[in-house]
Ligand binder design. Structure first.
Ligand code: ADP
Ligand code: MG
Length: 701
């Protein structure tokens, strides 16, 4: 029954089945496991005599008369029914629905549900939900339990193409009615009974979410917080987490050809490249990473840390360990600016060493690219820094031992996998740009081990954050000028919704002109945006890093990772348009040196509720982990990562924010159930065939 294609269900047919398929519903199971969008309480009958205008009520009674009425508006016809119970009579009006004349007949028992209005001298229902009751009703006092659309708590579904909520309700009612109590052979509960415990069975839960028992709290239903809802959400999370656990197990069964070794010579070499003392947090993270690298199984580790926590040097030391062991390293960054910057930093730090560093981005000339590829393939290049150009087919390594991926959530899981395939089970270290809330980390990176760098390097000056309305722009320029006079530098960031938008680009360019010509004519202002050629961008960034450019007018291309310690002023134009994590990232571009820094959010009044929430959150804390949680609350998980291909599963019923504690429960349950191989067999078989398809992700095997 459950696996039956919808097309063959009575009352569906090919056209409606196609409409369902378009939203991902192909089987009976798909339809049954989909939550109603909300619920309406249509139980509780009101005697007609006590109806009041403005009230939403259910009445039951006998049809006295019905018919189509024409109105003064040409072509407009009203269908009208008059219904009576023992206390009185009421009119129900259905504008422009003359076809109802074939539905209602005198002496039928019907139920009406809807809003009561006072119109043309009387009380009436307009466009009420109706249902013809087939059972006999004694004196209109009680409806028997065959009503589907009225007289009970009623599910409201999202419309699917032309398939209305009413059709879906009838269909699901019929399906559930025709089903044996246990749902039949293929209704099988994927949650093992021992894990399920006191939770309802799958079949009971499915019945309860569509047609809740009388007396169920409607508020709990609408919050998807009944036992039935929670059980189905748990099921989804449990299966998802179990798949991640399996994926992780499979990966751990792999063996590296050559785990690294660490001795005093290598420790010495590391000390030599290190320009400062590592913080306690960095040391702990590095120890966890190097321990992984020494193990026989490949490392799959996520390195989290706040903006400016110093993740790069930790990754570089890991790279050094790999290279000292004769292995090559690939270091992938999401943008060219960032890749170039990593390249320059790493080359400088490794200058005195014997290791050779190369850069591989999309903007190399063909000849240069060919030469670089040859050096990577022959092993003359030990470490290559690049953009996603690194995952292209032409890139081959002699012996790739470590893959470092910076700012991971810009990359998809697939790109991670492709780069890994270029080595023989290399170690993989993934770094995120900003802290990720725990639930999202569990979900998008649930198959990775996690290291967190707590705290910032010493000597950091706190950043002062201000919000100023557009009308006080002059004050803001004063603040910038003050810092410039001290020899410091400034960023002015302009939001581009899309780097290819001509209109926005014009606005950013105009801003640059104004800054250079009218506001800071005695300083050097430069423009940086995503549509510039790579070498132009590079020149601008280099000039800013040298201090030759004083004010950098830029789009969000500088958002990630850019590091200029002398810059102490960050002005964000249209601060209200940015997401919270993005603002935190931008703010993290300053406060990197010994001088106090300021971040000013210029905003267009009046602020929306959300805009205000974001700006308040940013002013109230500089802790990236707190900001990440707030951002997730304000925006929701899809927008948090900003990309589709982010490793987040397509969830049917669960919500990562609303149901985050269930996700943690599900993870614990999955880990412990899969611990016993024999016991786990059934679940493993189920996941192997269903997981990837169900969650829209790369497989587990
Ligand atoms: P993120 O974690 O945001 O990628 P970076 O790796 O870019 O941070 O580091 C931010 C800045 O802090 C860099 O200029 C880096 O050289 C510096 N830094 C990192 N670790 C330390 C440390 N232990 N002591 C002093 N400065 C450090
Ligand atoms: Mg970084």
């Amino acid at each position: 029954m459950w696996s039956q294609p919808l097309q063959f269900v009575k009352g569906v047919g090919p056209r409606r089945a196609a409409e369902c398929a378009r939203v991902g519903l192909t089987t009976v199971e798909d339809l049954l496991l989909r939550f109603p969008r909300r619920y309406e309480n249509r139980a509780g009958l009101t005697p007609i005599a006590s109806l009041r205008p403005g009230q939403t009520a259910t009445v039951v009674g006998e049809v006295l008369s019905s018919g189509v009425r024409t109105t003064r508006r040409p072509g407009f016809r009203l269908f009208e029914v008059v219904v009576r119970d023992t206390t009185g009579a009421i009119r129900a009006v259905f504008p422009n629905q003359a076809f109802l004349k074939d539905v209602f007949r005198p002496h039928q028992q019907i139920v009406l549900y809807g809003l009561l209005e006072y119109r043309s001298g009387g009380l009436q229902f307009t466009n009420a939900e109706y249902e013809i009751v087939r059972g006999e009703i004694a004196d209109g006092a009680e409806v028997d339990d065959v009503t589907v659309h009225t007289g009970r708590i009623v599910p409201i579904y999202e419309k699917i193409g032309s398939v209305t909520t009413r059709m879906q309700r009838s269909l699901i009612f019929q399906l559930l009615n025709d089903m044996p109590a246990d749902g039949g052979g293929d209704a099988g509960d994927p949650i093992p009974a021992a894990v399920r415990g006191a939770m309802p069975t799958r079949m009971d839960a499915v019945r309860a979410i569509h047609f809740p028992a009388p007396g169920t709290e409607v508020d709990a239903l609408n919050a998807f917080a009944t036992d039935a809802h929670r059980r189905l959400i748990f099921e989804e999370f449990f299966l998802f987490q179990a798949g991640l656990v399996l994926r992780k197990r499979r990966a751990a069964a792999d063996k590296k050809p050559r785990p690294v070794k660490v001795d005093d010579r290598i420790r010495d070499a590391a000390r030599k490249v290190l320009p400062f003392k590592l913080t306690e947090g960095q040391k702990i993270a590095l120890r966890e990473i190097v321990t992984d690298m020494q193990r026989p199984e490949p490392m799959h580790r996520l390195l989290q840390g706040d903006v400016g926590a110093g993740k790069t040097i930790v990754a570089l030391l890991a790279a050094l360990v790999a290279m000292e062991n004769g292995l090559q390293v690939a270091f992938m960054a999401p943008t060219e600016i960032l890749a170039d910057q990593h390249y320059l930093t790493i080359r400088r730090l490794l200058d005195a060493s014997r290791f050779r560093v190369a850069s591989l981005t999309g903007s190399l000339t063909a000849a240069k690219k060919r030469a670089t590829l040859a050096e990577i393939a022959s092993g003359t290049t030990h470490l290559v820094v690049g953009t996603h150009a690194l995952v292209e087919g032409a890139v081959e390594f002699r012996d790739l031992g470590l893959v470092v991926i910076d700012e991971q959530h810009r990359f998809g899981v697939l790109q991670r996998a492709t780069l890994r395939e270029k080595g023989q089970k290399p170690d993989v270290l993934v770094m995120t740009a900003t802290p990720i809330p725990r639930t999202l980390a569990l979900t998008a990176f649930g198959d990775l081990d996690v290291s967190v760098i707590r705290g910032l390097p010493p000597g950091r000056q706190p950043i002062r954050t201000l919000a100023k309305a557009e009308s006080r722009r002059d004050e803001v320029y004063q603040l910038v000028r003050h810092d410039l006079e001290q020899g410091r530098q400034a960023y002015v960031i302009y939001p581009l919704v899309d780097e290819s938008e001509k209109v926005d680009l014009k606005a950013a360019t105009a801003m640059y002109d104004t800054l250079q010509q009218d506001v800071f004519p005695e300083y050097r202002v430069a423009l940086l945006h995503g549509r510039m050629k790579a070498d132009e961008k590079e020149q601008v960034m280099a000039a800013f890093a040298r201090g030759d450019v004083h004010v950098l007018a830029a789009t969000t291309v500088v958002e990630v990772g850019v590091d200029v310690a002398n810059a102490t002023m960050m002005v964000v134009e249209h601060g209200e348009r940015f997401g919270l994590s993005q603002l935190h990232q931008l703010r993290g571009r300053v406060g990197r040196g010994e001088h106090p820094s300021t971040c000013v959010l210029l905003y267009q009044a009046p602020l929306t509720e959300q805009g205000k929430a974001r700006i308040d959150a940013l002013i109230s804390t500089t802790d990236g982990f707190i900001i990440a949680e707030r951002d997730l609350e304000i925006r929701g998980p899809g927008d948090f990562f900003g990309t589709r291909q982010s490793g987040l599963p397509t969830l049917r019923v669960g919500d990562l924010v609303r149901d985050h504690t269930l996700m943690e429960d599900a993870r614990r349950a999955a880990v412990s159930w899969l611990d016993d191989d024999v016991r786990a067999r059934g679940l493993v078989a189920y996941l192997t065939t269903h997981w990837a398809e169900r969650f829209g992700l790369v497989g587990i095997g």
